[in-house]
Ligand binder design. Structure first.
Ligand SMILES: Nc1ncnc2c1ncn2[C@@H]1O[C@H](COP(=O)(O)OP(=O)(O)O)[C@@H](O)[C@H]1O
Ligand SMILES: [Mg+2]
Length: 253
C-alpha cells in the first residue's frame, strides 16, 4: 500500500506547493512511482509539472499546453520528466476540480485512497485553509508536514495548525519544515531557535533555503529540485525527501 504525506498549513505562501512538487519529484528520482495529488482548487502544483517537457539537455522547461484530467473523473496523466524516467520512477498527477473547495472530507479522503492504487507514494498539496478538504487529506495520510516560513505570521499560526491536525487525527505523525531560510538573516536564526525550542520533536533538521531561482521556478510552476540542480536548495529538497521517506517507512499502516 502506498505511503502518503500531506503538506498543510493555514497561511498561503509558506511553500506547500513548492515542497510537495519537489518532494514528489525527489521520491520519483529514487525510482519510485509517485502520485502528486493537488487538493488546492487553484491547482498550482499540477498546472505546473504537468506542463513540463524535456529540453533535450537533461533538464526540463515548462510548456503551456498540457492539461491534467480532472482526478475525480479521469485517470491520472503521466508526466514525461526525463530525469525521473531515467531513474525508473514515475510521477503521476491528479488534479482536483475547481469544485474541490466545496468537497466533503469523505470525498477528498476517497479521492486520495484512489490515487494510492499502484503507486509507492502519494504526495498531497493542499489549500491554505484547515477546512473539510484538508481534513480529508489528513485522514488519508500517514504523515503531515507543515511548511513554515520565517515570518512571524507563519510561526504564530503553527501551534494552532498543529492542534487542529491532532484534533483530526490524534495518532498522526506530524513534522514541521522551515522554508525560505537565509542563515544571514536574524529572522531565520530566530525562527530556527524558536522551532527547535518549541517543536523539538516535530521540526526537521533540514530547512529549505531562500533562492531566487527557486522563486522563479515557483512562478513557472516547475519543481525547484530539477530547475535548481547543484544549488543548496536542491540539496535541501533531496535531504527533505529522504527524511520524509524514512518517516513514512517507520509508519505502520
Ligand atoms: N526556495 C524558495 N525561496 C524563495 N521563494 C520561493 C522558494 N520556492 C518557492 N518560492 C516562492 O514562494 C511563493 C510561495 O510558494 P508556494 O509553494 O506557492 O506556497 P503555498 O503553496 O504554501 O501557498 C511562490 O511565489 C514561490 O515562487
Ligand atoms: Mg499552494
Amino acid at each position: 500500500m502506498a505511503k502518503t504525506v500531506t503538506f498543510v498549513g493555514t497561511k498561503g505562501g509558506t511553500m506547500k506547493t513548492a515542497c510537495s512538487l519537489s518532494v514528489a519529484t525527489v521520491l520519483a528520482l529514487q525510482g519510485k512511482r509517485v502520485a502528486l495529488v493537488d487538493c488546492d482548487p487553484q491547482g498550482s502544483s499540477t498546472r505546473s509539472s504537468a506542463t513540463l517537457e524535456d529540453d533535450g539537455e537533461g533538464g526540463v522547461r515548462p510548456i503551456r499546453t498540457g492539461r491534467v484530467p480532472d482526478a475525480l473523473t479521469a485517470p491520472p496523466h503521466l508526466v514525461p520528466l526525463a530525469p525521473i524516467e531515467e531513474a525508473g520512477g514515475e510521477l503521476l498527477l491528479y488534479r482536483a476540480s475547481m469544485s474541490l473547495a466545496g468537497a466533503t472530507t469523505d470525498q477528498i479522503r476517497e479521492h486520495i485512497e484512489r490515487a494510492k492504487q499502484n503507486v509507492d507514494y502519494v504526495v498531497v498539496d493542499t489549500m491554505p485553509v484547515m477546512g473539510a478538504p484538508t481534513f480529508g487529506t489528513i485522514l488519508a495520510a500517514d504523515l503531515v508536514v507543515v511548511p513554515t516560513d520565517t515570518s512571524h505570521d507563519s510561526r504564530e499560526q503553527l501551534p494552532d495548525t498543529l492542534e487542529v491536525v491532532r484534533q483530526v487525527r490524534p495518532d498522526i505523525l506530524v513534522r514541521v519544515v522551515l522554508t525560505k531560510a537565509d542563515g544571514r538573516e536574524r529572522l531565520t536564526r530566530e525562527a530556527i531557535a524558536e522551532l527547535q525550542n518549541d517543536f523539538a520533536r516535530e521540526v526537521y533538521g533540514v530547512s529549505i533555503p531562500v533562492s531566487a531561482a527557486a522563486k522563479n521556478a515557483g512562478a513557472e510552476f516547475a519543481p525547484s529540485v530539477l530547475v535548481c540542480q547543484g544549488e543548496k536548495v536542491a540539496d535541501a529538497y533531496h535531504a527533505l525527501g529522504a527524511l520524509i521517506a524514512k518517516d513514512l517507512a517507520g509508519v505502520r499502516q
